[in-house]
Design a protein around this ligand. Structure first.
Ligand SMILES: C[S@@+](CC[C@H](N)C(=O)[O-])C[C@H]1O[C@@H](n2cnc3c(N)ncnc32)[C@H](O)[C@@H]1O
Length: 192
């Protein structure tokens, strides 16, 4: 296996996360997106969907540095992070928490992968539908939405839904994503 392979790239980010105190190598995806698109700014009110073990929440908390707020949810437990209000909750039950106006929605949620494309795509789209209803209800005008999907029907679904809702849409494949994975991210900028 070459040292440039997807496996070694993944290992490099795992080692870096351990060294720099991030809970997941996913943190480096958000760090790169922040560098390229200035996604989060001081004072933002952030919703982090599918937050455990907490890499993105750590990055967001570092950027906010005590300003703004972060609400995070996940099916799994997550250890405390400064300035993060965590709820162990299924996305389907998001109505159980009291959401107010949000300036940035982050979602790294992915369903359990079965390996059967049609099932995985359906499960991903079901989660995206809930996310889009959150964006419609709670994301402020001018707000931003960063979201994971898979190349194929969930990417097409998401692009179609977001093109009328945001002024700018970017498709992103961060370096910390394995190149062999179908995962990609869509960033909606300036909600209409
Ligand atoms: C790739 S991980 C997120 C990593 C995280 N962004 C980080 O930086 O550490 C995806 C997360 O989505 C969560 N998840 C999947 N389905 C969910 C659902 N229906 N409701 C809430 N969380 C869900 C999983 O439990 C998992 O922790």
């Amino acid at each position: 296996m070459s040292r440039n392979s997807s496996y070694f790239k993944g290992e490099r980010f795992n080692a870096l996360a351990k060294k720099e105190g991030f809970r997941s190598r996913a943190a480096y995806k958000l760090i790169q997106i922040q560098k390229d698109f200035k996604l989060i700014k001081s004072g933002d009110n952030i919703l982090d969907l599918g937050s455990a073990p907490g890499g993105w929440s750590q990055v967001a908390s570092n950027i906010l540095n005590g300003s703004g707020s972060i609400i995070a949810i996940d099916l799994l437990p997550m250890k405390k992070i400064t300035n993060v209000d965590f709820h162990q909750l299924d996305l389907n039950d998001i109505d159980k928490i009291n959401l107010r106006e949000i300036s940035v929605v982050l979602s790294d949620i992915a369903p359990n992968i079965s390996g059967v494309n049609i099932i995985d795509d359906e499960n991903m789209i079901a989660l995206l539908e809930i996310e889009i209803s959150i964006v419609d209800k709670f994301l402020q005008i001018g707000g931003k939405y960063l979201c994971k999907c898979f190349e194929g029907s969930s990417l097409n679904f998401l692009t179609n839904k977001l093109k009328d809702r945001f002024e700018i849409i970017k498709r992103i494949k961060p370096d910390a994503s394995r190149s062999t994975s179908k995962e990609c991210y869509i960033l909606g900028i300036k909600k209409k």
